[in-house]
Design a protein around this ligand. Structure first.
Ligand code: APR
Ligand code: PHB
Length: 392
């Protein structure tokens, strides 16, 4: 079957879903292809911290009804160094900004529901894009297969929102692309536990045994992470070991972590990755298809939303007046922020983890970085601003 649309979007993660919703509100037609079934997309566990700019974009898309009711607004965040805690008062340090705790899975569910409530055809699930051609013409084509049948879509533009493993980035000729990759020698083991959070604000902890993070999903569900080795499997981490390590790494005098039933466990590798440029002809990459950050600081979703916002503005300008200036400048408009966020995610990661290869000297540098935050309001202000998404 052959079909024509204005913007062909590949991938129904946060980037693709948000783009299709923003375009629809603006009266621009799109087709959204997603190779996984709906249930798979809705149940992928990812981070859950939204910057104000992310909430603002979701509001522009009309996707904040449930977020406004259920999102937990946090005024501060706690950094712990071998049991010594330091609270960053985000609202005070940033002149009134905060973060919202609301899981990426819920953002995705809300956007899917919104798109499908407007049209059952809005998202084609189990539809795998297999080739993108004609990017140097004004009628690019996406080939895809769905339920064993081949289809094509012609469009004005292609949005490559298909994540790290998608085909969009690979479609850009290799000689035009530069990639930057860094793999960290540790992973995160993440759990969801049916227990009210033992803390009102997130706790990021450095400990001799490794990093730990106490986050949350709701007043009833806690989200916690422990640093583990890349060679570890879930068999190495029975529940008792997870809780014992969390108690130790997050612990401080006069505070206990309440334990509860664990209902989900996953190990996530940690990497930094950037591919430049983020466009080729009529193809534009947004989100994980162009870059990956390690999860410390939860910037992945926020970066995907920021890219999507820039792409949406560029497409809007083109459809409003035929002006391609903003689209042509898409990569440049994103790159400075992408590298700033890479630097922040790397800073947070390297300050707080135990690198098995580090020298005793490096451990002192980690402590010095932490002490700079404790001792110096200007240093705290900068980290707080970057954490809430103000200083990129
Ligand atoms: N055809 C159709 N869909 C595809 C294809 C393909 N060939 N390849 C991948 N996809 C889909 C995936 O199944 C996935 O649903 O593209 C989607 C990409 O979504 P994400 O990986 O969530 O990427 P993105 O929207 O950029 O969101 C970035 O999600 O990965 C996290 O930590 C990351 O928080 C960040 C955010
Ligand atoms: C999460 O809630 O999953 C989360 C929160 C903050 C992070 C990373 C993950 O920095």
């Amino acid at each position: 079957m052959h079909h024509h649309t204005q913007v062909g979007i590949i991938g129904a993660g946060p980037a693709g879903l948000l783009l299709s919703q923003l375009l629809t509100k603006k009266g621009i037609r799109s087709v959204l292809l997603e190779n996984r079934p709906r249930a798979r997309v809705e149940n992928r566990q990812r981070a859950g911290l939204l910057e104000q700019g992310t909430v603002d974009r979701l509001r522009q898309a009309g996707a904040t009804d449930r977020l406004d009711r259920e999102g937990l607004v946090h005024d501060g965040v706690i950094l712990s160094f071998n049991g010594q805690r330091h609270r960053l008062d985000l609202a005070d340090l940033t002149g009134g900004s905060r973060v919202t705790i609301y899981a990426q899975t819920e953002v995705v569910k809300d956007l899917i529901q919104l798109r499908l409530s407007e049209s059952e055809e809005a998202i084609r699930f189990e539809a795998e894009a297999t080739a993108i051609t004609g990017l140097d013409t004004d009628r690019p084509t996406i080939e895809y297969t769905q339920h064993g049948e081949s289809h094509t879509i012609t469009c004005d533009f292609v949005a490559g929102c298909d994540g790290f493993h998608g085909i969009s980035r690979q479609t850009i000729p290799a000689h035009l692309t530069t990639t930057y990759d860094k793999i960290y020698p540790y992973c995160w083991l993440g759990i969801l536990a049916k227990i009210p959070p033992s803390t009102q604000e997130l706790i990021y902890a450095y400990h001799a045994n490794g990093f730990a993070l106490h986050s949350m999903r709701s007043p009833e569900v806690s989200r916690l992470y422990v640093q583990c080795a890349p060679t570890d499997t879930l068999d190495d981490w029975p529940d008792e070991r997870i809780w014992a390590e969390l108690q130790l790494r997050l612990g401080t005098q006069g505070w206990t972590l309440t334990e509860g039933p664990i209902f989900e466990k996953t190990i996530t590798p940690m990497r930094s990755f950037v591919s430049e440029p983020m466009q080729f002809g009529r193809l534009f990459l947004a989100g994980d298809s162009a870059h990956i950050v390690p999860p410390t600081g939860a910037k992945g979703l926020n970066m995907a939303v920021a890219d999507t916002g820039v792409l949406f503005e560029g497409l809007s300008a083109w459809y409003d007046s035929g002006d391609r200036t903003q689209l042509d400048a898409y990569t440049d408009a994103c790159m400075r922020r992408v590298w700033r966020v890479q630097e922040f995610s790397n800073f947070m990661t390297e300050m707080l983890h135990q690198n098995p290869d580090k020298l005793p000297f490096d451990a002192h540098l980690q402590a010095a970085r932490f002490n700079a935050l404790v001792d110096n309001r200007t240093a705290s202000q900068l980290v707080a601003k970057r954490y809430v998404g103000l200083a990129h």
